[in-house]
Design a protein around this ligand. Structure first.
Ligand SMILES: C[S@@+](CC[C@H](N)C(=O)[O-])C[C@H]1O[C@@H](n2cnc3c(N)ncnc32)[C@H](O)[C@@H]1O
Length: 263
């Protein structure tokens, strides 16, 4: 289902809330670390990608929570649906690096209501920070409510095209994640990278082909976006499409002003 480009609503049907809770002791469940630090895999009746809930007892967008006991300690995880989050889709699609890990400082452009931002908040933990930029007032309201409970989210209700408007709120970051679904997204990312991304920092961009050019093939759009990024000192290192979770979407991951290789 095509949800249109930015300007419209970003809400979607989403996961059906599970009505029946798993009976205690009904099945052996466990959680194991994913290759990406801060991300986990829940092994139960159905496997799921999960993150450790920073605010146990609360869901953010109706996602299912699962509790496992490890060494006598109860830990609560939140399931992460790849149909609702491009970062989750990229992880399940086998992206090599996400660069977002415990303690990271992340600038997230196009935060919407905070669905993916909340999982980034879980991954980076209490010693990380995610600056979440969103210009829609409606989505921004939800985002602010999510941030009230999660101290590592700083909501920034501004237009990502004008980073100077919010430069007083944001420090230098390790990673920029962008999902604004705008035709000038590469330019938006470049402006923010030049202002906030440390040299050698990384970027992840979700590109929705038909938001950029609905007449060209998706592959041609991805190639031309990669070229634009290169011209801005954003060096793509990896590109993958988000099938089967999203159609004609790619995620590009790369490095900004790579530091000279240490010997
Ligand atoms: C595809 S949605 C993001 C979904 C979100 N990343 C998630 O996974 O939960 C794109 C969002 O970018 C926002 N957006 C688009 N252009 C923007 C801009 N110039 N500045 C700030 N936010 C923008 C839209 O309002 C929309 O909420």
């Amino acid at each position: 289902r095509d949800r249109g480009c930015s300007g419209g609503g970003q809400r979607r049907g989403g996961v059906a809330k599970s009505k029946s809770r798993r009976k205690k002791g009904a099945a052996a469940v466990s959680v194991e670390p994913h290759r990406h630090e801060g991300v986990f895999i829940y092994r139960g009746a159905e496997d799921a990608l999960v993150t450790l809930n920073m605010v146990p007892g609360l869901s953010v967008y109706g996602e299912r929570r699962v509790t496992v006991t490890e060494n006598g300690v109860k830990l609560e995880y939140r399931t992460w649906n790849p149909f609702r989050s491009k970062l989750a889709a990229a992880i399940l699609g086998g992206v090599d690096q996400i660069h977002i890990k415990p303690k990271s400082k992340v600038l997230y452009l196009g935060a919407a209501s905070g669905t993916t931002v909340s999982h980034v908040s879980d991954i980076i933990g209490p010693d990380g920070l995610v600056y979440a930029v969103e210009f829609s007032h409606r989505a921004g309201r939800d985002l602010v409510n999510v941030a009230k409970k999660r101290t590592n989210i700083i909501p920034v209700l501004e237009d990502a095209r004008h980073p100077l408007k919010y430069r007083m709120l944001i420090g230098m970051v390790d990673v920029i994640f962008a999902d604004v679904a705008q035709p000038d997204q590469s330019r938006i990312v470049a402006l923010n990278a030049h202002t906030f991304l440390r040299n050698g920092g990384h970027f992840l961009i979700s590109i929705k082909a038909n938001c950029i050019d609905s007449t060209a093939s998706a592959e041609a759009v991805f190639a031309s976006e990669v070229k634009k990024l290169q011209q801005e000192n954003l060096k793509p290192q990896e590109q993958l499409t988000l099938e089967p979770y999203e159609r004609d979407h790619a995620v590009v991951v790369g490095v900004y002003r790579p530091l000279p290789k240490s010997k």
